[in-house]
Design a protein around this ligand. Sequence first.
Ligand SMILES: C[S@@+](CC[C@H](N)C(=O)[O-])C[C@H]1O[C@@H](n2cnc3c(N)ncnc32)[C@H](O)[C@@H]1O
Length: 96
Amino acid sequence: MKTRQLYGEDMVYILDAKSVGNLGRYFNHSCSPNIFVQNVFYDTHDLRFPWVAFFAFKLIKAGTELTWNYNYEVGSVPGKKLPCYCGSTECNGRLL
Ligand SMILES: C[S@@+](CC[C@H](N)C(=O)[O-])C[C@H]1O[C@@H](n2cnc3c(N)ncnc32)[C@H](O)[C@@H]1O
């Protein structure tokens, strides 16, 4: 994994999946996530080529699982039901 330091102390981990998958594929969903996803423009301002970036909501203790809210719409895939196992007290119960 390539890393790059930006803005003093803040470390940005580059998870470029352009040519090969990476650990981002293991981020599970949580109804109480500790990271969120956002498109950012890093090497170009061409709207067709955003980088998909994950940011922490707050400081995360080392060893804590990183989870984000997939924001799937329950019922959006006919015939598909996916229970949520995030374990949060605020769990919605289903991913799909
Ligand atoms: C991007 S993968 C996440 C990594 C996956 N858990 C693995 O071990 O490869 C997304 C899949 O993980 C599972 N998953 C992720 N978060 C989940 C959750 N909160 N409850 C149930 N399944 C979850 C679902 O099967 C989902 O389609």
